[in-house]
Design a protein around this ligand. Sequence first.
Ligand SMILES: C[S@@+](CC[C@H](N)C(=O)[O-])C[C@H]1O[C@@H](n2cnc3c(N)ncnc32)[C@H](O)[C@@H]1O
Length: 390
Amino acid sequence: MLQTNHPPRHPQFFRSSSRLAPGLHRRSLQRNLVPSSIEPLLGGPTFRMLQASSFIEWAATYAADVSSEFYRKPLVEKVTKVMSRVAEHRFGGPWTEIKLDAVEYYLRFYASALKAKGFSLWYIDAFAGSGSREVDREVGGILEGAPIETRQEVLAGSARRALAIDPAFHRFVFIERDERRHNALQTMAAQHPGRRIEVINGDANETLLRLLSTPPWNRGSPPAGHRGVLFLDPYAMTVPWTTLQAISATRALDTWYLFPLGAVGRQLAHDFAAVDMTKANALDRIFGTPDWRTALYQQDNALDLFGAAGRSHRKADVRGVERWFHQQLETLFPYVPPPIPIITDTGHRSFSLFFAMASENPKAISAAKSCMRSLSRQFGDGASRQTSGP
Ligand SMILES: C[S@@+](CC[C@H](N)C(=O)[O-])C[C@H]1O[C@@H](n2cnc3c(N)ncnc32)[C@H](O)[C@@H]1O
């Protein structure tokens, strides 16, 4: 029998029906939110009404979560197509600024710390987007003495922010699978003559494996004269453990990884019997080990009515899953501080922004630790989390 997941509810569907297309009732949307009927929803006027930034992320994550390949493939294709039709790149929310501020803070620290060391400094953005992102901002109101209106603003994405770092990185690699965003990145690169920027249209994992197996990255570990920062900013469970292994093997690329804690949590069904093969394969791929079965699940002691051994249930909550993945990362990278929690508009800890330092140099690690302490005061659990954005 074909397996289907019920999609995680997107808050905007249920919070305000005024956002829905005319004639579309909340209930009918709810009914429609099953894999076989989500396609028209993504393609038609409804989608244009609902193309709020986080919907795109939600749809992509949902597409990746659908258990059955039969449903998943066309859905992923459709989501990708619709996303590329949207000329502008809309994603995230205020939490996106936290993510980008944290990475930018580290890039500034890194570029000035290594300025005089004679290295060629690289910035590699494997899920680079378009370079910018559009957000809606409400302005006006009583305090401003003007009618309330929604204005669209264009903010710098990770690639544009990295290009603005001073002292500058020497080499930039921007990888993006979507053709239109790749074209936007090329336009952005053309606006920076004199900078060494490579824009690659392709899959992040395949491209990284190719890149890291060619000079300078395959010339020693670490390669003489080259150091860098790498940013992995996927929407969903897109980065397999093998990619992290290749990065760690360079001993030269400090990595920021937006780990999709929410999507991973949805694969880890409470009852182990509900973790079907598609989910288990996705978890093996992202964790790089089958050990999650014993680390995150526990066998129930009670025997069932027929005396058979009990079932297994998940013993780790979402923070436990995060802690376990943290330990996994520590087996690959010499220094991995606790991640920055990324809490989205669902109020959930949907992503964990991990920093994983590839360098084994004790002085570099000690400097990075002090940078991370400062970032944790700004963005860690319980911090005020003031961002640079609107
Ligand atoms: C969250 S966005 C990145 C945003 C970007 N870091 C920024 O700040 O502007 C994720 C991007 O990854 C791209 N993407 C998704 N899967 C990919 C893959 N397998 N390889 C390369 N790019 C991918 C999407 O098209 C999207 O532009």
